[in-house]
Ligand binder design. Structure first.
Ligand code: GDP
Length: 362
């Protein structure tokens, strides 16, 4: 589709939006992603906390499949190739990484535990989102924890709510109103997504359960709708490169690699790239362009798919020489004309200043 549009000279092609997930520790960020992916990354994490930022690409087909019950046979006009979800570490010492993470996101999911409401990192997350001007939705998670909730596996949330006993519905309503009040106190206008009077003024709330899957179809559909309907300009695929380094990692057999999020543009095997390094700019050539298999996460060990070229948006692993000192959170640039080299080196190193500034703030 992309190729055909490009050959026809059309720029009317959207890239996948980048979505990040944040909120207080233990609200269910990892489980929500697991549910979307249907794998259990969490169990594989030593001690549960890692300093990694992973990414999950959810292809359009998977989104269509998960939202089918919600559409009841109706066509979903999916204009996006998919969604790229960036996972964020669930520990408060990673505010710095989180703040960088939210900068590259088109949309975010703020996860709130329906049983706990507002917590310390919920407020921090809201401040980050406000600071970055990132649109977001609120996933009011763990609805299955309501007393005597009857699980309706993977059901659209309204359907699941209708099936609950009156006292469960009442409990839901009461906790919902409490959360709405808490969010109002943070200066946010919020509304249940199906009661939202104005999507541009009110933040959408979608109740979910990461365990039994209620509301997951709604959450995915909402992310797609909001991004493709309201940000089509921003999501227009352009050839100008926008690429952020998430992590620098040594991988057996590959040496030091960088995991990047390719937000916009194209990367090719053999491209000369310029990155921000601890001791000065790094200039090197891309030896391999690697992606995990679809619906697997970058941090899940396993084999990689090799590519000649990769188009945005995707989480990509790059193997190249001299990456040891690369700095996470900075931009990666591609050198097209030799005379641009000095300019790109300066540009790459400018990110270092910004990182120190954000460290000072947190
Ligand atoms: P994170 O720190 O935000 O990533 O939270 P996790 O995904 O690790 O979840 C924290 C704990 O809450 C784990 O024990 C999960 O099994 C549990 N949990 C997460 N989501 C739900 C949910 O929707 N319902 C229930 N009952 N438990 C959940």
């Amino acid at each position: 589709r992309l190729k055909a549009a490009k050959e026809a000279g059309s720029r009317d092609v959207l890239r996948s939006p980048i979505c990040c997930i944040l909120g207080h520790v233990d609200t269910g960020k990892t489980k929500l992603l697991d549910n979307v992916r249907r794998t259990t990354v969490q169990e594989g994490e030593a001690g549960g906390i890692t300093q990694q930022i992973g990414a999950t690409y959810v292809p359009g087909d998977a989104i269509c499949m998960r939202t089918e019950a919600l559409r009841k046979g109706k066509e979903f006009e999916l204009k996006l190739p998919g969604l790229l979800i960036i996972d964020t570490p669930g520990h408060e010492s990673f505010t710095n990484l989180r703040s960088r993470g939210s900068g590259l996101c088109d949309i975010a999911i703020l996860v709130v535990d329906i049983m706990h409401g507002m917590e310390q990192q919920t407020m921090e997350s809201i401040n980050l989102l406000k600071m970055r001007n990132t649109p977001f939705i609120v996933a009011l998670n763990k609805v299955d924890r309501l007393f005597e909730w009857q699980a309706v596996k993977d059901a659209p949330i309204m359907e699941a709510l209708e099936r609950q006993k009156p006292h469960v519905k009442a409990q839901f309503e009461q906790r919902l109103q409490q959360s709405i009040l808490n969010l109002n106190e943070q200066g946010l206008n919020v509304a249940l997504y199906w009661k939202n009077p104005d999507k541009r003024k009110y933040v959408n709330i979608v109740p979910t359960s990461a365990i039994s899957g209620e509301g997951i179809p709604d959450m995915l559909q909402l992310l797609v709708r909001l991004t493709q309907d309201m940000m089509s300009e921003r999501l227009m695929f352009i050839s100008e490169l926008q690429c952020t380094v998430l992590e620098v990692k040594v991988v057996e057999g590959l040496g030091t690699t960088v995991d990047v999020v390719l937000v916009n543009g194209v990367l090719h095997e053999g491209d000369t790239i310029v990155l921000c390094g601890m001791n000065g700019p790094i200039v090197t050539n891309i030896r391999s362009l690697l992606t995990p298999h679809p619906l697997k996460e970058l941090r899940v060990k396993g084999s990689y798919v090799h590519h000649k070229e990769i188009q945005a948006a995707q989480g990509v692993k790059l193997a190249a020489q001299n990456l040891e000192t690369a700095v996470a959170g900075t931009q990666l640039h591609v050198l097209h004309k030799p005379e641009d080299l000095e300019g790109l080196k300066l540009l790459a190193m400018k990110d270092m200043e910004d990182i120190f500034k954000s460290v000072d703030r947190s």
